[in-house]
Design a protein around this ligand. Structure first.
Ligand SMILES: [Zn+2]
Length: 280
């Protein structure tokens, strides 16, 4: 079994998880009801699948909830003995959002999750600038879900927002979720100029995925950027089994070192940089 570092998974407090499950049941045709939600059960799935470490997140979809949510994420990470590491959430309409981030990083978060669609925020909102500066200073990374995918796929605009952020914050490790769909190969070109820009694999390479099955996969382009692609899955909020993302990646036929960089080494390095704290 391969050793995996999964940088994109979800754990939510029970009440929020129930609401998210209800949303998928009522508003989508995804059947995710079979996947566990209790942190210990989810972690057991990862151990069985050969996951060495995972990064998990939730998101504040409205004001006045980020602080409590971050505290829950950090306590959950401690309950898991650090096997899972949390990303913080902030809401820009909270007056204390920068302080919320600092508190969360002090408490064990290794970066920040932004979900543009669920949170109704844009990554290039200038109110994020002090947040990005703080994350860059402390080596934490951003994991960003850009735009309204998987419900709609408007091209280019999301990628332009990301480009504005990484140009303004060259010291910030910035991971675009879902392999940057629908602008994936534009992002790969952007990486030449932006050495801290990454894409995660989440729901892009699994054959059964409603996202990835829309796109043609270019194994040569993936191999050429294998040092900037990180493995993620969105588990347990996916309508297919955990191993499908890995099977999809394996099906690309990449050389072993490139596959290992993607499923383990790059994610391990992002985590290590965040855990080692302030840069000089
Ligand atoms: Zn996600």
């Amino acid at each position: 079994m391969s050793s995996l570092i999964d940088v994109h998974t979800h754990l939510h407090p029970p009440k929020l998880f129930r609401a998210i499950r209800r949303w998928f049941a009522e508003r989508s045709d995804w059947d995710i009801s079979a996947q566990p939600t209790e942190p210990l059960d989810v972690a057991a799935q990862y151990r069985a699948a050969g996951v060495e470490r995972f990064v998990f997140c939730s998101y504040a979809h409205k004001t006045a909830m980020a602080r409590e949510l971050n505290a829950w994420l950090c306590q959950t990470s401690r309950d898991l003995d650090g096997y899972g590491l949390p990303l913080a959430t902030v809401h820009l309409d909270d007056a204390s959002y920068l302080d919320d981030l600092r508190t969360a990083l002090d408490d064990g978060c290794i970066g920040l999750k932004i979900h543009e669609d669920v949170q109704r925020l844009a990554v290039d909102d200038p109110r994020f600038d002090p947040v990005y500066a703080e994350l860059a200073r402390r080596g934490g990374f951003v994991l960003a879900h850009i735009g309204p995918i998987p419900w709609d796929y408007p091209p280019h605009a999301g990628r332009e927002r990301v480009e504005a952020v990484v140009a303004k914050h060259p010291g910030l490790n910035f991971v675009v979720a879902h392999f940057g769909a629908p602008d994936s190969y534009d992002y790969l070109a952007l990486m030449e100029r932006h050495p801290r820009l990454y894409l995660d694999t989440t729901m892009y390479f699994a054959q059964e995925s409603p996202i990835g099955s829309r796109f043609v996969h270019d194994a040569a382009a993936v191999e050429a950027h294998a040092n900037r692609i990180v493995y993620g899955t969105d588990y347990p909020n996916i309508p297919f089994a955990y191993d499908r993302e890995l099977r999809g990646l394996e099906a690309l036929g990449l050389p072993a070192p490139a596959l290992r960089a993607i499923v383990h080494d790059n994610g391990a390095a992002l985590i290590e940089e965040a855990l080692s704290g302030a840069r000089t």
